[in-house]
Design a protein around this ligand. Structure first.
Ligand code: DGL
Length: 273
């Protein structure tokens, strides 16, 4: 028998496009699941804002997703995950991105030298340092806030042959290579969208940890453990919401997801929630 809750969508939110790294992986892993995505494009970036502002935005984003009757909420945002930590009071299962990405990095590293990237708010919170410290106290960690990566992605400068993102990536990440890292956490969900360029700059020897994809895998196992997976075999439906113009989002998101989503993007007035 199909429980009513199982057919409810999974709710995913981010400040903008970054959370699509979770959606892309969820679609591969759980093709039957419906997904409601909210990108707060009217207020991106989050990562340069104060803790109070980020908390207020996150509460509004989650309220919106709950109004869509979601069965799980994924804060597909390193910044929100870092500020909320484990203390999230919602009526459905919840996950952020920090724990899954930290666990994957600890598993991946061979020499124990891990680079951590994120927004300013994420790096200042030390969220990844605390998580990794609990799992691998001897790991050597090297952090870098890469604030310019978010506007680069939001503006669609993501082509592998585009010199602009490559210059930005080099400026932030080349110094980290002097530390001999073999693993780099892309700890803001916008950053995996630049992964091909980051790999080009850092070389194949550095394993990139995609916080979005790791979180999708973790969320899938959480739903399975709680017997909440959709089992009716139908293809999932996807709805995208943003807090400002829908057109730019549709173009960049469509390119990233590899499909035309322009008919499924709506605007929501997040301020009123
Ligand atoms: N994608 C986000 C994160 O993972 C937010 C970036 C931002 O809005 O600054 O941190």
């Amino acid at each position: 028998m199909i429980k009513e809750m199982d057919r409810s969508p999974i709710g995913v939110f981010d400040s903008g496009l970054g959370g699509l790294t979770v959606v892309r992986e969820l679609k591969k892993l759980l093709p039957c699941e419906d997904i409601v995505y909210f990108g707060d494009t009217g207020r991106v970036p989050y990562g340069t804002r104060s803790r109070d502002t980020i908390l207020r935005y996150a509460q509004q984003d989650m309220r919106f997703l709950l109004s869509k009757n979601v069965k799980m909420i994924i804060a597909a945002c390193g910044t929100v995950s870092s500020i909320l930590g484990d203390g999230v009071d919602v009526s459905v299962p919840f996950t952020g991105v920090v724990k899954p990405a930290a666990a994957a990095a600890v598993k991946a590293t061979k020499n124990g030298k891990i680079g951590i990237t994120g927004t300013q708010a994420t790096i200042s919170s030390k969220s990844y340092v605390k998580e990794i410290g609990a799992l691998a106290p001897d790991a050597q960690l090297f952090e870098k806030a890469c604030s310019l990566f978010v506007p680069v992605v939001e503006n669609g400068f993501v082509g592998i042959d585009d010199p602009l993102p490559e210059i930005v990536v080099r400026r932030y990440l080349e110094p980290m290579m002097e530390n001999g890292i073999d693993t780099l956490i892309l700890g803001c969900t916008h950053f995996p969208i630049l992964a091909p360029i980051i790999s080009k700059v850092l070389g194949e020897s550095v394993t990139l940890i995609d916080a979005g994809a790791e979180t999708a895998r973790y969320a899938a196992s959480l739903l399975g453990e709680n017997d909440m997976l959709c089992k009716d075999g139908k293809s999932g439906k996807y709805s995208y919401y943003v807090s400002d113009r829908t057109d730019d989002f549709s173009v960049v998101a469509g390119t990233f997801l590899g499909e035309d989503i322009s008919g499924s993007v709506d605007r929501v007035d997040i301020h009123s929630l």
